[in-house]
Design a protein around this ligand. Structure first.
Ligand SMILES: Nc1ncnc2c1ncn2[C@@H]1O[C@H](COP(=O)(O)OP(=O)(O)OP(=O)(O)O)[C@@H](O)[C@H]1O
Length: 223
């Protein structure tokens, strides 16, 4: 494997349901993601984008095959190690933000570090500044616009310096101006060296990415 390959996927499958009722919703024979790429994952609703992102980020386990991350298999390890992998290597951004409603923007950004103890406040403040939210650290999600909530979610994803950002329809709940702002932010992160994989229905946003992977019925059509 070449040194700049971050992720290598071989014969990855995911089935839902059991026995005769099992349906294969993902079947990715071969996929490589290199460090520093900015990739759009596209395809019609139900083609398996979320399923693939969840497997790449170890939020879900495959039915067959494995994923190699920095040369090591992800799934050949126990739950504690998997949990650490997720926390240290992956930054997730979701369509619906998934912020904790009772916590301030600052505490939401610090949340991934809760199991690690305190000491992340300065970094969280700096990240909120970088995403354009200086002065709004004390606000709760309800008092922020959708675009602002997604910026908090991006800052949270960056707290522990992940190698890979996985974004599942991050602009899906936003108007086009805010959606463009979020994509510009992801692009900036990529220019600063982060590998970014973003699932999107929006063809115009996809065209802006360095590479497009298209899924159809769970398989990669072209990339
Ligand atoms: N928990 C589940 N149980 C059964 N089937 C599921 C489950 N989750 C997803 N599926 C099915 O797997 C297929 C892929 O779903 P997935 O959410 O990955 O698609 P997607 O491309 O992300 O769709 P969208 O663009 O609408 O978010 C779909 O046919 C979906 O109905």
């Amino acid at each position: 494997m070449e040194p700049d390959v971050l992720i290598s996927v071989k014969n990855l499958t995911r089935l839902y349901g059991k026995n005769k009722l099992a349906v294969k919703v993902l079947d990715v024979k071969d996929l490589e993601i290199r460090r520093g790429e900015f990739i759009a994952l596209t395809g019609p609703s139900g083609c398996g984008k979320t399923t693939l992102l969840n497997l790449l980020g170890a939020l879900d386990r495959p039915s067959g095959g494995d994923i190699t991350f920095e040369g090591k298999k992800i799934f050949g390890r126990g739950e504690v190690s998997l949990c650490r992998f997720r926390r240290e290597k992956i930054g997730f951004i979701f369509q619906a933000y998934h912020l904790i409603p009772t916590l301030s923007a600052l505490k939401n950004v610090m949340a991934p570090a809760f199991p690690l103890g305190s000491g992340y406040k300065r970094r969280a403040m700096e990240l909120l500044r970088q995403v354009g939210l200086a002065g709004k650290e004390g606000r709760r999600p309800d008092d922020l616009s959708g675009g602002e909530q997604q910026r908090v979610a991006i800052a949270r994803a960056l707290l522990l310096e992940p190698d890979l950002i996985l974004a599942d329809e991050p602009t899906g709940n936003l108007d086009s101006v805010n959606g463009r702002g979020i994509m510009d932010l992801l692009k900036k992160l990529n220019q600063r060296g982060k590998t970014v994989l973003v699932a999107t229905h929006d063809q115009r946003l996809a065209e802006d990415c360095g590479r497009v992977i298209r899924l159809a019925d769970g398989s990669i059509e072209e990339h």
